[in-house]
Write a protein that binds this ligand. Sequence first.
Ligand SMILES: [Ca+2]
Length: 393
Amino acid sequence: MFLPYLDAASAAPVYRTGFEDVTKKDANRLNMGIDNWFEFQGDGGAAMWVEGLDRKTPGITCHSGSRCVGLELTDVTKSKRSEFEITNLEDLVGDEVSVSVWLYLSADWQLHLSWNWYAIADPFFTAGPSFRPYAAIHIRQPDITKDIFNLELNVRDTSNALNNYGNIRNYPLPRGRWFNLQYYVYHHETNGIVKVWIDGTLLFDVRNISTKNPSTAEWFTTIAKIYYESELDSFSPYRIWADDLEVCKGEATSVTTTETTSVSLNARFDASSSPPTVLISGSIHPAPGGPVNVTLEFSNNQSGTYQEMAHITSAADGTFSYSWKVPGNGVFMIRADTQGVKSPAVSIGTSGVPGFPLESLLVGSALGLLLAIMRRRQGASTPVLPSCRCRPV
Ligand SMILES: [Ca+2]
């Protein structure tokens, strides 16, 4: 289902990447085929890297494949910003751009007492002095002691006035899972447009504003950003990850359907093998239409602390399987995670099996247990390029 006013829209894809073949060109650029720039500030304190190549951050599974891009601030007294910019938009798309990108904030992301707002993306930005007008998507935390956030679209115009064009209070900020950010910008001196979607939901739709400086046609977009305007904060690091970028010339159609994704998980104990193994299988619904990452995790304590078992890839029909060599005796909880959607845990106990150091026994309830969680998700049928549907012009 498309938004009605987008039915007639058309756009042409100009660039797509899952960052699988991307490397760092230098400290501020990636070899990614289009002009880009990572803006930092000061002397150190900020960085970018190719996750899966330059670093392997514990607990991070890229949205697609094995690579994505990470940005961080490690010392806000040295840099307040780490920004991933696609530059020279005037050459890439002219005056209309649609962007779809997947972003990830850690599960424990929060703001701190000395400053209560943060920026995650700038849909458009004028290149060169005065750098105005520009638009920023801000997260604000009105009461730092509570996990309640506001999401705002703010535009600073050529007169340097800051205009708020939307403030969503009590916004359920996605943390600890990948989410899809999509926006459309019409770059125009008086009739500019900015629209923003997260996970397929239209959040901001602003029209007839100035998005273009009369003195320059040069502009860029910041697809992922950390901006934290305080030198008083000792907290570090701040990090954000980006994956599966699509840039379109024109106004892309936006998929606004929300699909139900469920993850089923089966575990079967094979005591005949040595060492004993647990045969794990599962399925992602609906079928993703292409391989997607699945992280298998297990816990051997009652605290609910999970550790990684394996990173595997599903088939296009969503099925996956893995043979796990049980590390020891005990009761294990096993679960699967795909793009932040976790299956509930399957319980496996080991005791009383010949050939195993201790005794093994399959906890009966685990066999064939089908667990599903239902969650509204967007674009699950095409996980790599899920929502910015550029149609040829
Ligand atoms: Ca990727």
